[in-house]
Design a protein around this ligand. Sequence first.
Ligand code: FE2
Length: 207
Amino acid sequence: MAFKLPALKFDPAALAPALSAESFSYHHGKHHQAYITVANEIVAATPALQGKSIEEVTKIAAADPAAKKLFNNAGQHFNHSLYWLSLSTPGSSKPSAAVSGLIEKGFGDFAAFKTAFVTAALGQFGSGWVWLTKDGDKLAISTTGNAETPLTAGKHPLAVMDVWEHAYYIDYRNNRKGFAETFIDSLIDWSFVEKRIEDTTSLDAGV
Ligand code: FE2
């Protein structure tokens, strides 16, 4: 049993210039793969973890202060797996009426939602993530640092933007705001967000 690097659902050149093929080559092919390699090494040496999904391993590791290395790498595998699924080719996705309703209940309108998302991205000091979750009948935004994930708070994240510098430095240099604005304007896959509300399938069952 081992976790695997998920295939991208788009050609890695198809999101340029919003995100370049070079960026995916490093971020997906090297950074994400490195987290998976370390997580698999630890799981292979820990019989109690074998056969568990990435969500289960991440939650187990989060609850064990001695398992910080496993948490950092398993959490990053989960977070990145959701991040790739949160992306679509530029301009290909718009919120459905149902998703627009969740946005309006949470933020008033789409412009206010975008402002809140970009503000959250800029407010996350250092490396981390900006998450979308469903809170009752509203869409909600939250942030975490490093490999932290809403999974460990019992939440079901719908989508995420990576705000580690490795996610945007090749294409945006230090312009995190520009990356966050582009993510909301043209990259986020709203169809995936809507599907994920009901879909609790593991992002990597580890088989
Ligand atoms: Fe990343």
